[in-house]
Design a protein around this ligand. Structure first.
Ligand code: ADP
Ligand code: ADP
Length: 217
């Protein structure tokens, strides 16, 4: 299946993406994770992306699209994929549509994770990420056993630079201005499914899987 996850920053896209991708046995492709790996690796792409990410702005489309094209050309993405964080504006959605058409295929479904603004801010402000394995925790909603230490690998937890208050505000504006229009774009394509993304993580995964099953055949 070819699936896209959309939703505001902090909606739980990354959290859900790992479970959904594993249920469907498809790779999870997260543009934010790829950018962050490039930032930590000190690559040219990372240096360029960091400037935009630190401000809470989108990395320019031509850079992002080239990176996604490369990733989607890899062997493991030929039978399906779950995109998390891409597309993030209508021009990216249009390029993705063309790109998939060149490969002779198209998206099956777009899941829109719906969470209200206050909850999104609570989720972002308490998010902590493992420096070693990238696993995401929350200081209140999903705390590790020992504060600041990843239960999965023993790595150090840190707060992303862009999860600080001023940047959170900017990212929410960017979401409203640029990303939210994707909802009507994909509704018009007839492939949009809204998912209530409040409540326990496992319940949201179950709701997402039921929504996907409606598009499976
Ligand atoms: P979140 O999970 O909080 O929504 P991401 O990890 O997806 O955030 O993205 C972090 C940052 O990486 C974004 O604020 C943006 O600067 C950059 N980024 C990620 N995906 C894209 C994209 N598709 N287009 C442009 N910039 C992107
Ligand atoms: P996104 O990728 O959409 O930015 P994340 O998956 O990184 O969102 O989740 C943002 C924060 O919210 C993380 O700290 C995560 O632990 C927490 N979180 C995710 N899902 C839930 C949920 N259902 N209830 C409470 N907190 C959650």
């Amino acid at each position: 299946m070819r699936v896209v996850l959309v939703g505001p920053p902090g909606a739980g896209k990354g959290t859900q993406a790992q479970f959904i991708a594993s249920h469907l046995s498809i790779p999870k492709i997260s543009t934010g994770d790829i950018f962050r790996a490039n930032v930590s690796g000190g690559t040219e792409l990372g240096k360029l992306a960091k400037e935009y990410m630190d401000r809470g702005d989108l990395v320019p489309d031509e850079v992002t699209v080239a990176m996604v094209r490369d990733r989607l050309s890899e062997d493991d993405a030929q039978e399906g994929f779950l995109l998390d964080g891409f597309p993030r504006n209508v021009p990216q959605a249009e390029v993705l549509k063309k790109m998939l058409a060149e490969f002779g295929t198209g998206l099956d479904v777009v899941l829109n994770l719906v969470v209200e603004d206050d909850e999104v801010v609570r989720r972002l402000a308490g998010r902590r990420t493992c420096r070693s394995c990238g696993k995401v925790w929350h200081v209140v909603f999903d705390p590790p056993t020992v504060e600041g230490v990843c239960d999965a690998c023993g790595g150090e937890l840190f707060q992303r630079d862009d999860d600080r208050e001023e940047t959170i505000r900017r990212r929410l504006e960017v979401y409203q201005e640029q990303t939210a229009p994707l909802i009507s774009f994909y509704a018009d394509e007839g492939i949009l499914q809204g998912v209530d993304a409040t409540g326990p993580v496992e319940e949201i995964t179950q709701r997402s899987m039921s929504a996907l099953r409606r598009f499976a055949d």
